[in-house]
Ligand binder design. Structure first.
Ligand code: 6MZ
Length: 361
């Protein structure tokens, strides 16, 4: 099963760039920073957090602050992006929607725009695998299927989602949406709302999210990562294209979800390690899978939760007694929920079809 989950093509729709930084890179950057600026980072604290196998949500968000501290220039953003793409491609992810929060940091001359430019530089600088990130009408149709027709180099389609952090103001959220609109030709396909769920108010982000929708951007929301029935209801009323987590849903929320069929991005390891779900046997993946509800298995933060997409598939298979072809179908069905255009979707459908005819159990 482990080999099967590794080798089959996969689709990742919920991965945060800085939460997916390579551990070795994070430690190197933290160590270097620690040597030059003693107070900039608490290296031993960071090492300790990385090695822990259960983290409260508070610790997780502290970890993100530590990670963000190592981003001291644009080249680091570019390097992290490049490595994250390489890592997903080597795990046989063929389509990746990578999300990241555009960051402004005046002390290092970084604007939200220059941060995203650095991410795009990272996409361009990958050389060990072929990366398709610029939406095209003609060429993208054959990009992934060429791989199947005898080209042995790995290929990955990447699209970007820009995140609004729950600590941000309405104006800052609006700036992110405007940036996403400007960057559509570089493969930005949507907006995400994320960040510490204990922070901020839904009404703060709503104007920006409404504007994103009016302008034709897709929206995905972190929803129900903590118990907050009122916010969950407001989020469901907004009817986003996808929802991340959905851990603290009550019956009434599930009833609404089942009539609206909003796909759920499921992050098993993240939910268990942050205690958002008490144990894997009661994780909502089980019921949703049985009910044939639209869902996608995702990693959330490969670095912070020491995981990979193949590990998430193996975890699901082992925990819910699913076989190889069932896991393949979970992966294939994820294609239906991507934010990229229909050209890419059809291309991926064809690709999964040809793979299914050639894979042996
Ligand atoms: C909510 C999360 C998250 O944007 O700097 N992030 N937000 N819940 C989660 N589950 C544990 N995991 C990651 O990546 C890191 C940022 O993504 C969000 C947080 O805002 C975090 O600071 P970027 O690339």
């Amino acid at each position: 099963m482990e080999e099967w989950c590794e080798s089959m093509p996969k689709v990742e729709l919920h991965a945060h760039l800085n939460g997916s930084i390579r551990v070795s890179t994070l430690l190197k950057l933290a160590k270097a920073l620690n040597e030059t600026q003693k107070d900039a980072i608490n290296f031993s604290q960071m090492e300790h957090v990385i090695m822990k196998n259960a983290l409260s949500l508070t610790e997780v968000f502290h970890m993100f602050d530590l990670i963000h501290n190592v981003i001291t220039d644009h080249n680091i953003v570019t390097r992290i992006t490049k490595e994250v793409i390489e890592d997903f491609a080597s795990d046989n992810v063929v389509y990746l929607e990578l999300r990241t929060t555009p960051k402004r940091n005046d002390s290092i001359g970084m604007s939200k725009r220059s941060y995203i430019d650095a991410v795009i530089e990272g996409l361009k600088s990958v050389s060990s695998v072929d990366v398709d990130f610029i939406p095209k009408t003609e060429d993208s149709k054959s990009f992934i299927n060429d791989k199947f027709n005898g080209n042995s180099r790995k290929r990955i389609i990447v699209r970007l989602i820009l995140s609004i952090d729950r600590r941000e103001t309405t104006e800052a959220a609006m700036e992110t949406v405007k940036l996403a609109l400007e960057m559509r030709h570089f493969g930005v396909v949507g907006i995400d709302l994320s960040g510490n769920p204990k922070t901020g108010e839904w009404t703060t982000y709503l104007p920006a999210l409404k504007f994103a929708r009016e302008q034709g951007l897709n929206v995905t929301l972190h929803c129900g990562e903590i118990r907050n029935p009122k916010e969950i209801k407001n989020m469901l009323d907004f009817h986003p294209q996808r929802i991340g987590h959905a851990c603290f849903f009550e019956d009434e929320h599930w009833r609404r979800m089942k009539s609206s069929k909003i796909p759920v991005e499921i992050c098993l390891t993240s939910n268990i390690r942050t205690f958002s779900v008490a144990s894997i046997d009661v994780h909502h993946f089980g019921d949703l899978y049985k009910a044939n509800y639209p869902l996608v298995l995702c990693t959330d933060d490969t670095c912070v939760f020491s995981t990979s997409l193949s590990k998430e598939y193996k975890y699901a298979a082992d925990s819910f007694g699913l076989g190889k072809w069932e896991m393949f179908e979970v992966s294939r069905n994820a294609v239906e929920h991507i934010f990229a255009d229909n050209g890419v979707k059809n291309d991926l459908r064809k690709y999964f079809h040809s793979v299914s005819k050639n894979m042996e159990v």
